[in-house]
Design a binder for this molecule. Structure first.
Ligand code: NAD
Length: 318
């Protein structure tokens, strides 16, 4: 195989999210080489062994536990390392712990990867703040640093609407915008089914109930991680599929519209923070941040969510 045909991904953090992501990527066939890096080398080695034994049932791929030097030549580096939310903790509670983990990770990575060759995808929480931290510390162009943002929340939103109206989730279009966390918001004004605004679909189908149901549905989206963590300690299956979806949009240059988090440059009047809005994602990373005409109420909520993130960023003194 010629070197240029190798598609390589490095996953930093081989915990619940990192190892499940390795599993979804192994099945995806998107990569020919996958490196797992973790401070707990034994854990990463064990995960690599376990994954390797499944290769005869998947597609050929080289998976191994590595050091930062092994990240050289990666098309994509996915960061899932750091502390996760404990029961009762918000994503923002993790900010100081995980920012110092990121200082170390980015410093080590920069010895081996370069802007222009590699895209960075942040998954660790609080993901928007850490996407901004990664952009700042790496010096990469803004379009080359992505956060998984509200891609997962948007999937939860579409799933719950689909369940509510009895329609395949793939036919539900809609987005969760803002912080991946407590200040996120549903963009009902952009939500459609069968090409119709959701209000029109509800009128003709008679399937939807009142506004209270909408609020309940959104609260389920917003609180999903808390509920899952209470029940099983961590969330990882759906987020790993969300990361696979983002990786696919990148590696296959799909120009897919996803609510990844990225550093905004004046879109929606917002600057100098990373936040999720509908964004075109392809091989070069962020191709375009779409400025959708959201309602005034939604715009106010988006500004509030941005203020929450900016206040945290200010505290970090990067
Ligand atoms: P985990 O504790 O299972 O795994 C974290 C791993 O990071 C551990 O294996 C640990 O050894 C490793 N690690 C810690 N410091 C490191 C360092 N300096 N260098 C390399 N590795 C290091 O946690 P998890 O459940 O996998 O969650 C990981 C992160 O993903 C958390 O921040 C969690 O909140 C986040 N998460 C994000 C989303 C999302 O939608 N963005 C969804 C779920 C979880």
């Amino acid at each position: 195989m010629k070197a240029k045909d190798i598609h390589k991904v490095t996953i930093i953090g081989a915990g619940f999210v990192g190892s499940t992501t390795a599993y979804t990527l192994m099945l995806s066939g998107l990569f020919s080489e996958l490196v797992l890096i973790d401070v707990n080398e034994t854990k990463a080695r064990g995960e690599a062994m376990d994954l390797n034994h499944g290769i005869p049932f998947a597609k050929p791929i080289k998976i191994y536990q590595g050091t930062y030097a092994d990240s050289k030549g990666s098309d994509l580096v996915i960061i899932t390392a750091g502390a996760n939310q404990r029961e009762g903790e918000t994503r923002m509670d993790l900010v100081h712990k995980n920012t110092s983990v990121f200082r170390d990770i980015i410093r080590q990575l920069l010895k081996y990867i370069h802007s222009g060759d590699t895209l960075l995808l942040v998954v660790t929480n609080p993901v928007d703040v850490l996407t901004y931290v990664t952009w700042k510390l790496s010096g990469f162009p803004a379009g080359h640093v992505l956060g998984s943002g509200t891609v997962l929340d948007t999937a939860r939103f579409r799933y719950l609407i689909g369940e509510h109206v009895g329609v395949d989730t793939r036919n539900i279009h809609g987005y969760i915008l803002g912080e991946h966390g407590d200040s996120e918001l549903p963009a009902w004004s952009l939500t459609s089914i069968a090409g119709m605004p959701i209000d029109v679909y509800c009128r003709i189908s008679g399937e939807c109930r009142d506004d209270r149901t909408r609020d309940e549905l959104f609260n389920h989206v917003k609180n999903a991680a808390y509920e899952i963590i209470k029940a099983k300690g961590a969330t990882y299956f759906a987020v790993a599929l969300a990361v696979q979806r983002i990786s696919e949009a990148i590696m296959r240059d799909e120009n897919s519209i996803l609510t990844v988090s990225s550093v905004l440059k004046g879109q929606y009047g917002l600057n100098d923070l990373a936040i999720s809005v509908p964004t075109i994602v392809g091989r070069e990373g962020i191709k375009r941040v779409i400025e959708a005409p959201v309602s005034e109420k939604e715009m106010n909520l988006l500004r509030k969510s941005a203020d929450t993130l900016k206040n945290i960023i200010k505290e970090l003194k990067l």
